[in-house]
Design a binder for this molecule. Structure first.
Ligand code: HEM
Length: 136
């Protein structure tokens, strides 16, 4: 009996809490998405350093190694990976500079923060096209 009463009380307490666990109703603002992607691009860049150092080492090891490195980068999949790495690096760089500017007190208001995010996205898109031209 006591247990039932206690569990009824529990249910009442839980029901009165303002919870919103329906993920489909939660919308992140653009600035939050930019921030999450900045961390993701940082992790991609971190992993990419190992891949690029391996490729550099292979290309510098010997003339045969250089030919091997060239043939590795000849495949479409590897080109796509390299393009993704460069895009992530450009994203991290541009949004990182925006972040540092915010640390200095710029773009901290809602409107300027949103505007600087949009401008950063456009710059990254242009640099991403440039990366594609470099890779292909
Ligand atoms: C090899 C190069 C780099 C790697 C592997 C790297 C990696 C990372 C990672 C993993 C984070 C996320 C840390 C976290 O959210 O807890 C981060 C944050 C950050 N990175 Fe980089 N990064 C690199 C280069 C750069 C460059 C060139 C800039 C210049 C703009 C930069 C600016 C920043 C800033 C400002 C943050 C802090 C963001 C925040 O506090 O939310 N990073 N970096």
């Amino acid at each position: 009996m006591l247990l039932i009463k206690l569990s009824e009380q529990n249910v009442k307490v839980k029901k009165s809490r303002p919870v919103n666990l329906n993920l489909q109703t939660i919308r992140f603002p653009l600035t939050a998405i930019a921030s999450i992607l900045h961390r993701v691009s940082g992790v991609i860049t971190f992993v990419a350093v190992a891949i690029l150092l391996w490729l550099l080492n292979l290309s510098l090891s010997s003339p045969e190694g250089f030919t091997a490195a060239v043939s590795v980068t000849d495949s479409v999949v590897v080109k796509l990976v390299l393009w993704g790495i460069l895009t992530a690096l450009f994203y991290h760089l541009v949004l990182g500079i925006r972040h540092l500017l915010m640390d200095f007190g710029y773009f901290e208001e809602m409107e300027t923060g949103l505007a600087s995010t949009k401008v950063s996205f456009v710059i990254v898109a242009i640099l991403s096209v440039f990366a594609g031209v470099l890779v292909w």
